[in-house]
Write a protein that binds this ligand. Structure first.
Ligand code: BG6
Length: 480
């Protein structure tokens, strides 16, 4: 049965959205007192440019939200730029203009009937805190909780909060892969410690929200967003199976256990300790951390699952080494992690130009796995899924042909529907991304949007995928 027919089975209220992030879309990096993020000096030092105007979402949000509504979207993921509220992360007073801006953005969402799902942190730590160690320094955790409290009380119109976007990507990109500032390669102590500290920040924000809700009746929901990249053994040898287990422990189980069990399971800890030993690395847990995690685990209202790719892992006992494909030149990436394993290609499984495996089965497997493993798991939203592609320019009618993206979403939505039919409680899907935007380590030629942006003129064009996405939305609506 075609996807068009099958989406008719989706219930009324199924969330049908698209995702964005402040730093990737807003531009206006220096207006209204905004502070620098961890990216500003880094991008300039690399000879790249600040994402300004990026997608100019700071000024053009109404156009993008109107386009969303016109194409059948009932929700949008946005993030608040911490540095528009507190320019140094922990200033005594918030910036009035930043606060006003987000009230206006949320009012605009309301006007068009597009529900905002709001992340407090999407890879954009304030530079002032980043320079003191970012999440490795507990000062960032304290400042984040204070910022979160301000936002919870101020933006009461927001009913869906996400604490932190993709805790694992941030740790991996900053300290293992080294393609995000501060560019550490295989600094395993920082890689695991930042995961743990981000989890503590997440748990403290959840506990705070739930406690405030009891007395101040905020009336919303809260959860976290993480990306899951399931690892499969490259062969059925015990060594490859063990390598896949190690990879899953480091890249998935540690955070999922911490968030949804409220502790690290004995199995996860044993695998993590094996990785730490192989890399002479350590993890420090403070007294109150596990208490905070345990208290928060059953209080999450939702889990935002981002899914792009899976990994096939073979055993590896050499030194760690990697190369990152940030250009879209196929076949230029490599990843070998001492004490964990190495990623290998799998004949027959297609990849994007950035070497990401296109493997929809991984989304189904991961949905089934987490719902079987975590009894506390709340409802799931697919908060990001999409295809980074070098899209062609608009044709004479102003339409951009992106059949590859339609195919990608079609295959992944099929797997979501299959998992739902088998009882996994997925209540929404957000394509990454709403409009073309700045890709952190890949610049502007890696496009994901439903709407094409000419970055010289900022004119928006409709992609075929947006028309198809609307057809799915209309089909769902007609069936309800
Ligand atoms: C996710 C992030 O990791 O993947 C987004 O939440 C990001 O911010 C997206 O843009 C795609 O990654 P990339 O590197 O292809 O832009």
């Amino acid at each position: 049965m075609s996807l068009l027919n099958r989406v008719q089975q989706l219930p009324k209220g199924f969330v049908w959205g698209a995702a964005t992030a402040a730093y990737q879309t807003e531009g206006s990096t220096k207006v209204a007192g905004k502070g620098k993020t961890m990216w500003d000096d880094y991008l300039v030092a690399q000879g790249r440019f600040l994402p300004d105007p990026a997608s100019d979402f700071y000024n053009r949000y109404e156009e993008d939200i109107r386009l969303s509504a016109e194409h059948g979207l009932n929700a949008i993921r946005v993030s608040i730029a911490w540095t528009r509220i507190f320019p140094n992360g922990d200033d005594a007073e918030p910036l009035a203009e930043g606060v006003k801006h987000y009230h206006e953005l949320f009012a605009c969402c309301k006007k068009y009937g597009v529900e905002p799902y709001v992340s407090l942190h999407h890879f954009d730590s304030p530079a002032a805190l980043f320079n003191q160690g970012d999440w490795l320094n507990r000062k960032t955790v304290d400042a984040y909780v204070r910022y979160a409290e301000f936002c919870f009380r101020e933006f009461r119109e927001v009913k869906n909060w996400f604490t932190i976007n993709e805790l694992i990507s941030l740790s991996h990109s900053q300290y293992i892969q080294g393609n995000f500032p501060p560019n550490h390669h295989f600094d395993v102590t920082s890689g695991i410690q930042s995961q743990h500290n981000e989890l503590v920040a997440h748990a403290r924000a959840v506990n705070l929200y739930k406690d405030l809700d009891e007395t101040e009746h905020l009336g919303g929901r809260i959860g976290m967003v993480n990306v899951l990249t399931p690892a499969y053994p490259a062969t059925d040898s015990p060594a490859d199976q063990h390598a896949a287990d190690l990879y899953n422990a480091f890249y998935t189980d540690f955070i999922m256990d911490g968030a949804f069990l409220g502790h690290y399971s004995a199995r996860t800890l044993s695998l993590i300790n094996e990785i730490l030993r192989a890399n002479n690395a350590t993890l420090t847990v403070e007294d109150s951390d596990m208490e905070e995690l345990a208290k928060a685990a059953p209080r999450n209202d939702m889990f935002g699952l981002n899914y792009y790719q899976s990994a096939f892992i073979a055993a590896y006992d050499g030194e760690s080494t990697n190369s990152f494909n940030g250009t879209g030149d196929k076949g230029t990436s490599c990843f070998k992690f001492k004490g964990v394993g190495q990623q290998v290609d799998m004949p027959g499984i297609p990849t994007t130009d950035w070497d990401w495996l296109i493997y929809p089965q991984g989304l189904y497997d991961t949905l089934k796995h987490i719902s079987a493993t975590y009894p506390n798991l709340p409802v799931i939203y697919i908060t990001e899924n999409g295809l980074g592609h070098k899209d062609p320019e608009p044709d004479a009618n102003g339409i951009v042909a992106d059949p590859e993206r339609i195919d990608f979403v079609d295959q992944h939505m099929e797997k979501v529907l299959q998992a739902r039919a088998e009882g996994v409680d997925v209540q929404g899907y957000f394509i990454w991304s709403l409009q073309d935007q700045f890709s952190w380590a890949n610049g502007y030629n890696k496009r994901y949007g439903l709407f094409y942006i000419d970055f010289d003129t900022q004119k928006r064009y409709i992609k075929q995928s947006a028309l198809w996405y609307k057809e799915l939305a209309d089909t769902m609506a007609d069936a309800q």
